[in-house]
Design a protein around this ligand. Structure first.
Ligand SMILES: [Zn+2]
Ligand SMILES: [Zn+2]
Length: 396
């Protein structure tokens, strides 16, 4: 199969997708509350004669094609609790909410893919499941919930693909992680308990502040001395609170931070070290320490076959100079759960405008280039061609 977007409809499709994207951008909703967003997307899919099936709260799927092998393409639905400051005419109309992670663009891309695939349904040699996933930005995330609700199994999905915008890369360029894409994330909450005393009589108390700063210092040694240096990991303490005056030691200090790595075995080892060493150091100062660890998403690891499909597809339709290998990032993303289930690939498409200041994902000023819309559709369509052709030949 070789579905292509006809050159003469590219401009009108791009204009249509810009309209969808701007509407979604104007009305962002938070994770698992994407009611109006889902309604709007479904109304467009229905206009294309595509049926949808609800899976897991506000999430849903749309299946195109018949019989044979099946691949899935996934977008997220949620916006963020951010007050938009772009002053664009289609800025968020909902105070304190913004599509600041590009999920509005991801949705519009999949709508374009849906339209093109539906128009060419008789040429699809297999099936494509479009996954509209709720709540990527809020733990525990919609991905694991959808998987538990059989979003992959009930269609016998064999590969999963997802694209994210990257506002730091030039618009239209593609950046593909070869293996490690995103890290596992653990949120860390320490409570160090001592005994309050006058600053001039430290011997009458137990100094929770001195214990805390020694914990902060020592845990950096976990990364440098207790871990094989060829495996990346980061431990960052980003908040420390205790005491409120010049001359009294507080009885308690609270600290917060994160630990991230790609290696699930190392993740477990560092968790154990963090708990035991924090407690040992607290004990040196006759204080006690409790460390509560909240588990975030696992590491997102791309599959080499899926990476090859995306790379081949990108090479087929874009200039080689626009395609690069992405370095692993210690950010986190719940597409990781899809990648744990099936061969998957997650990659980035640049959205930085030339000669304009770049703003990171989640910034209230982010204003990604909409060029990504038609380019994203083209890439996904070529991925559908490449993946289904591969699956069909492998089986013969
Ligand atoms: Zn985000
Ligand atoms: Zn995102």
């Amino acid at each position: 199969m070789n579905i292509k977007i006809q050159k003469n409809i590219e401009d009108s499709l791009q204009a249509e997708l810009v309209e969808y994207r701007r509407h979604i951008h104007s009305y962002p909703e938070l994770g698992f509350k994407e009611f109006e967003t889902a309604k709007y997307i479904k109304s467009i899919l229905n206009k294309y004669n595509i049926e949808t099936k609800d899976i897991c709260e506000t999430g849903f799927v749309a299946d195109i094609g018949k019989g044979g092998h099946c691949i899935a393409l996934r977008t997220e639905l949620d916006g963020l609790p951010v007050e938009e400051k772009t002053n664009l005419e289609y800025s968020s109309k909902i105070p304190g909410r913004m599509h600041a992670c590009g999920h509005d663009l991801h949705i519009a891309v999949l709508l374009g893919v849906a339209k093109v695939l539906k128009q060419n349904e008789d040429k699809i040699e297999g099936r494509v499941r479009l996954i509209f996933q709720p709540g990527e930005e809020v733990l525990p995330g919609g991905a694991s919930k959808m998987i538990a609700a059989n979003v992959l199994k009930d269609a016998n999905v064999e590969y999963v693909f997802s694209q994210h915008i990257d506002p730091m890369l030039p618009a239209g360029t593609i950046s593909i992680p070869q293996k490690e894409a995103m890290a596992s994330t653990n949120e860390l909450f320490w409570t160090i308990k001592g005994k309050a005393s006058h600053a001039a009589q430290p011997h009458l108390g137990n100094d929770a502040i001195l214990a805390s700063v020694n914990i902060v210092n020592f845990i950096q040694s976990i990364v440098t001395k207790f871990r094989n240096p060829i495996t990346p990991a980061v431990i960052s303490v980003c908040s420390i609170n205790g005491g409120n005056t010049t001359n009294i030691f507080p009885s308690e200090v609270k600290m917060q931070g994160v630990m991230r790595t790609f290696d699930m075995k190392l993740r477990k080892e560092i968790e154990e070290l963090l708990i035991s060493k924090s407690s040992d150091i607290a004990a040196l100062y006759n204080t006690s320490c409790e460390l509560y660890i909240d588990h975030g998403y696992p590491a997102l690891i791309n599959n080499s076959n899926a990476v090859k499909i995306v790379t081949d597809a990108a090479n087929n339709i874009f200039n080689k100079s626009d395609i690069e290998i992405a370095e692993p990032k210690l950010l986190a993303e719940d597409f990781a759960y899809f990648a744990q289930e099936l061969p998957s690939c997650y990659w980035f498409m640049g959205t930085a405008r030339e000669n304009e200041e770049k703003y990171s994902l989640h910034s209230p000023f982010i204003n990604p280039s909409e060029e990504v819309l038609i380019k994203g559709v083209k890439l996904f369509i070529e991925i559908v061609n490449t993946a289904l052709n591969k699956l069909n030949t492998e089986n013969n």
